[in-house]
Design a protein around this ligand. Structure first.
Ligand code: TYD
Length: 320
């Protein structure tokens, strides 16, 4: 009962939403937008992040910036300790907040540990180190913003003055794989939403929001309240982004449906061929059907959510 989180969740008043993603996926912006939404709807919420701003979190940031050195196991254990403090801290622990009815939204939680640290050590070990946190507070939902590592890396290079420990392309790729592995491994006990078709729209949106932030300051000169303007325009932009994502998702679903339809057809052709060869041993030539042309920017039909040009699946890209 406790393992699938039902027991705690039923007695819980606030929701606990964790945002996850590789570095450069834009989850901090998503979190801010979510916070704006909750505020607009008068939800009692608390926005937070890991690593925290408390002493263990501060130590972790020193390590991430290369100012302190520590063994990988020590880093993983420090993240687990920071998380427990995040949950149980007497002053502002989030476990009590959720218990008391506050909705808590966090930028990273234990799936970050499962993904980042299992690149260097067994995932089972990392899960065990975080077992207490999972017992104390399991997210109502974990939202994974799945952005392809190339796009994420571009954003990191564009936006950061200094790169942190894990902000390298090969590392991002490995971490993304580990996230997916962790979701699969824990699918019986965790509720995870994968935001996949967002790629380009999401990135365009984030960049547009940043430009808006810049431009909106000027409106103060025209006697408009910049905060109000930012919120209003931000919502509009968010809505158009959602519309764009919906369209992409619809396209994706369509592709997946088409694929499902194709599969039994292929089976039938195979059967007919073998029946034809049974009697006279000559193989009847089947008409060769040309596959529908896929554009470079269309989603790959393998269902990965990546554009054709970015996908490296074995199914459709074995020759590239
Ligand atoms: P990040 O969310 O990128 O913070 P910021 O935007 O302030 O740089 O998190 C910092 C790094 O910490 C990121 O590379 C992921 C890493 N991390 C772990 O390795 N393990 C964890 O458990 C957590 C929460 C984060």
């Amino acid at each position: 009962m406790e393992r699938n989180g039902q027991q705690t969740e039923q007695g819980r008043k606030g929701k606990f939403i964790a945002l996850e993603g590789i570095d450069g996926s834009g989850k901090s912006t998503q979190l801010r937008l979510l916070a704006d939404r909750l505020e607009k709807e008068n939800v009692d919420y608390h926005m937070t992040m890991e690593p925290t701003e408390a002493p263990i979190g501060a130590m972790l940031r020193q390590i991430l910036r290369g100012k302190m050195k520590a063994d990988n196991r020590v880093i993983a254990a420090l993240f687990a300790a920071d998380r427990l403090d995040h949950l149980l801290n007497e002053e502002n622990g989030i476990a009590a907040k959720v218990e008391n009815g506050t909705t808590v939204i966090t930028d990273r939680y234990y799936f970050s540990s499962y993904a980042y640290h299992s690149v260097d050590m067994p995932m089972e070990w990392v899960i065990q180190v975080n077992e207490q946190s999972a017992r104390i507070l399991r997210p109502t939902v974990t939202v994974f913003i799945d952005v392809d590592p190339d796009t994420a890396m571009e954003r990191i290079l564009r936006n950061r003055e200094q790169q942190e420990l894990y902000e390298k392309r090969s590392r991002l790729e490995a971490v993304r794989k580990k996230y997916l592995e962790a979701f699969d491994r824990l699918k019986e006990v965790e509720r995870v939403v994968l935001l996949r078709a967002v790629d380009q729209e999401w990135m365009d949106h984030i960049d547009a929001m940043e430009q808006l932030q810049e431009g909106i300051r000027l409106r103060a000169y025209a006697q408009h309240d910049p905060v109000v303007e930012y919120r209003l325009e931000g919502f509009d932009m968010f809505d158009s982004m959602i519309a764009a994502i919906r369209e992409t998702t619809a396209k994706l679903i369509l592709t997946v449906r088409l694929r499902q339809k194709e599969a039994p057809k292929r089976e039938q052709v195979a059967k007919e061929t073998s029946a034809g060869t049974a009697g006279d041993k000559t193989v009847k030539k089947q008409p060769v059907k040309k596959a529908a042309k896929i554009g470079r920017n269309d989603p790959c039909p393998c269902g990965s959510g990546l554009k054709w040009k970015k996908c490296t699946c074995a199914e459709y890209h074995k020759d590239s």
